[in-house]
Design a protein around this ligand. Structure first.
Ligand code: GDP
Length: 295
């Protein structure tokens, strides 16, 4: 089930409960059942769904309030618990002007890493940061060209080498160059694929050792299903990323896998990608997200 349908199903479940004259245990259970089925069909992890169900049940006191106020209370509890699903209450990293903030991107190939690097660079540029891009993906042929074309279009300085096969060297040189030139934000794109997963992860660790990122961001495709959770855990172990950018939120994403990934890694989503264009990026807010989900 795609996200828009999920919101609709949850809304329907809540309004059919609140339309009841008598809101009793059975009516509450029926609503919860419908919400849980909708979340499961959207790939949200079963453990999270069961936690959400129990939390709503504990928070709703059926003896409390009457009529209208009881309905409002139930709506609020459902809203708050949905927010909690996508909010890990961790304060995301905030870059500061006048110093070098190195941001390293990790994530599987195709997730939208290179696109998101440029989007984030353009976002910070609009906020007045001096921003540069480094392409440390020497594995995929064409990776540097892609970053270069995006960077030129967005008018953002970039660094990469066609002839150097060592991504660690390119990353270090690029970051050093931008540091010397007093850039505020230096974004490092890395490879998302290798012959073997082990190599991908060890390369990530080596690049991180070389450039000492202030922040590592994992890019996650919102349309990834159940697999998103285990992928994210593996990336968390290797790179200890501090935040997530969720891409392709404009598409027919189910979103539930990504929601589970946030909870499994206890890491905040900081931005969402909403299209292929460089300006299609928005800061993420749990409340805004859930309000939009529920229409
Ligand atoms: P990478 O392999 O992780 O670097 O992925 P790319 O940045 O090359 O992106 C893979 C594809 O996803 C490209 O066709 C992008 O245009 C597309 N893409 C990336 N982010 C978004 C997004 O937020 N929305 C949509 N619709 N497409 C996106």
């Amino acid at each position: 089930m795609v996200l828009a349908d999920l919101g609709q199903r949850i809304n329907n479940a809540v309004s059919s409960l609140t339309k009841n004259n008598v809101i009793d245990e059975k009516a509450l259970d029926d609503m919860l059942k419908e919400i849980c089925v909708a979340l499961l069909e959207s790939d949200v992890n079963v453990r999270l769904v069961s936690q959400l169900r129990n939390k709503i049940k504990t928070k709703v006191n059926l003896k409390e309030g009457a009529g209208h106020s009881k309905k409002r209370l139930i709506q609020k509890v459902v809203f708050d618990e949905l927010c909690d699903l996508v909010d890990c209450h961790a304060e995301p990293y905030k870059p500061k002007k006048g110093r070098s903030n190195v941001i390293m991107f990790v994530g599987l190939q195709g997730a939208g890493k290179t696109t998101s690097c440029t989007k984030l660079a353009a976002y910070y540029k609009r906020k007045g940061f001096k921003t540069g891009l480094v392409c440390a993906d020497t594995f995929r042929a064409g990776a540097f060209d892609q970053l270069k074309q995006n960077a030129i279009k967005a008018n953002i300085p970039y660094y990469g080498l066609y002839t150097e096969p060592d991504p660690v060297k390119v990353a270090r040189e690029g970051v050093d160059m931008f540091k010397r030139e007093k850039f505020d934000i230096i974004i490092v794109d890395t490879s998302g694929r290798h012959q073997q997963e082990k190599e991908l992860f060890s390369e990530m660790v080596e690049i991180a050792d070389a450039v000492k990122p202030n922040q590592t961001i994992m890019v996650l495709d919102a349309s990834n299903g159940q697999a998103a959770e285990s992928q994210s855990k593996a990336f968390k172990e290797a790179s200890d990323f501090g935040s997530i950018i969720l891409t392709k939120m404009d598409g027919h994403a189910k979103g539930g896998g990504a929601i589970s990934a946030v909870a499994a890694t206890n890491t905040p989503i900081v931005f969402i990608g909403t299209g292929e264009h460089v300006h299609d990026i928005e800061p993420f807010s749990p409340k805004k997200f859930v309000s939009k989900l529920l229409g």
